[in-house]
Design a protein around this ligand. Structure first.
Ligand SMILES: *Cc1c(COP(=O)(O)O)cnc(C)c1O
Length: 389
């Protein structure tokens, strides 16, 4: 541990503040550090390991693909990525998919689609995209610009222009920005994740949908974190009874390998044409085969299990001592604690429970199939840590 700590500091760019754990291996929702200490994992590598660590079906799918061919490039046809695209379209009712390698890249693709859509429909100056305050859309220059938080706009100037920020849950604010700018799209997270695990109001999302439809503006759901079963439906927007024009996703889609997807609906399925976009690794066969094994298991039974686990966590923690409030949807949960959240997080680690944070909240993103026994054990640790003086 000391060796890795110092080498990490010496050789890795200083962009991360690490927790004092080196995860060596694991199975499902249990992981072990290099000294063999056991932890219940409530973070899933930030909502990535959908079925936990070393999930057997995922390993089988990825292994089979790696043993056949690990990469072909997009110059050739490749079955796993076509099959994955077909499943994504069938399950969402959408029409076409562009595969990228991360959430930020999936959003970059959505931004390009929105700008070209605006240009085709209303001319070259119709490029502004409305995002929401407190949103998070990624770390590339364009997705940083799209992120509605000043803290992300302090360096790296100049940013791509064409992003304006509306107040979440305030359709008037969207309307006003729309009258001041030539707007081609609105992009939103159904539950703002990095911003503090805050679900958008149902009424607002419905109004947003109607508003965009009326004005012929694309509605883009950033489902990088909320997607793939995380919020109790296949995609978070499905909780709101609306259909976006573009859905972006990544994190949990790959189950542990990097993959991102930009899924296009009827309105904009033809916007990107030959040469408009591309990616060397996008839709990589191994990542796509793994993703297929994940998406095919996100069925009603699993989703009901997500809802049950979610209800359990809300029930146990909402009136617990030392807990002020709890927010979120499905297995994307934020907890406001009386104690400083970093203190709670580090005490939980000492007692064998790994949690994340978002802003000043404790954030839970467990595997969607976390066994109830482990969830109960972890929740009771969080409860006692929060209750102690
Ligand atoms: C994590 C996240 C991203 C960025 O994804 P990367 O894979 O880190 O590029 C974008 N949007 C949302 C909502 C996210 O949670």
């Amino acid at each position: 541990m000391t060796d890795i700590t110092s080498k990490d500091k010496q050789y890795i760019a200083n962009t991360y503040s690490r927790l004092p754990v080196e995860i060596a291996c694991g199975k499902g929702s249990l992981v072990y550090d290099t000294e063999g200490r056991r932890y219940i994992d409530l973070g899933s590598g930030i909502a990535v390991n959908t079925f936990g660590v070393c999930d057997e079906e995922w390993i089988k799918a990825v292994n089979a693909q790696i043993n056949a061919v690990q990469h072909t490039s997009n110059i050739f046809y490749s079955a796993p990525c076509v099959e994955l695209a077909e499943v994504l379209c069938t399950r969402t009712g959408m029409k076409k998919v562009f595969f990228a390698n991360s959430g930020a890249e999936a959003n970059e693709c959505a931004i390009k689609i929105a700008r070209k859509y605006g240009e085709e429909k209303q001319g070259k100056d119709c490029y502004t995209i409305i995002t929401l305050k407190n949103s998070f859309h990624g770390r590339t220059l364009a997705t940083l610009a799209a992120t509605g938080q000043d803290a992300f706009h302090e360096h790296f100037f100049p940013f791509p222009s064409g992003f304006v920020y509306a107040d979440a849950n305030d359709i008037e604010s969207v309307n006003k920005l729309c009258s001041e700018n030539k707007v081609c799209a609105v992009m939103f997270e159904p539950v703002q994740g990095e911003g503090g695990v805050t679900p958008l109001d149902g009424e607002f999302v419905k109004h947003l949908y109607e508003f965009c439809k009326k004005k012929d503006i694309l509605l883009i759901a950033d489902e990088v974190q909320t997607g793939n079963g995380r919020c109790g439906e296949l995609y978070g927007y499905m909780n709101y009874g609306i259909t976006p024009d573009v859905v972006t996703t990544a994190k949990g889609l790959g189950g542990g390998l990097p993959i991102g997807a930009c899924i296009m609906g009827e309105k904009c399925k033809g916007i990107l044409s030959y040469g408009d976009h591309g990616s060397t690794f996008g839709g990589n066969p191994a990542a796509a085969a793994g993703a297929l094994s994940i998406i095919n298991r996100i069925d009603d039974k699993l989703l009901n299990g997500v809802k049950e686990r979610s209800e359990y966590i809300f029930r146990e923690l909402s009136s617990a001592v030392g807990i002020i409030s709890i927010s979120g949807m499905g297995l994307m949960i934020g907890i406001t604690t009386k104690k400083p959240v970093k203190e709670v997080q580090s005490e939980c680690i000492k007692r064998g429970v790994l949690c994340l944070t978002a802003k000043d909240k404790l954030r839970l993103l467990p595997a969607l199939n976390i066994p109830f026994e482990l969830l109960k054990e972890a929740v009771s640790v969080i409860k006692s840590v929060c209750a102690e003086k």
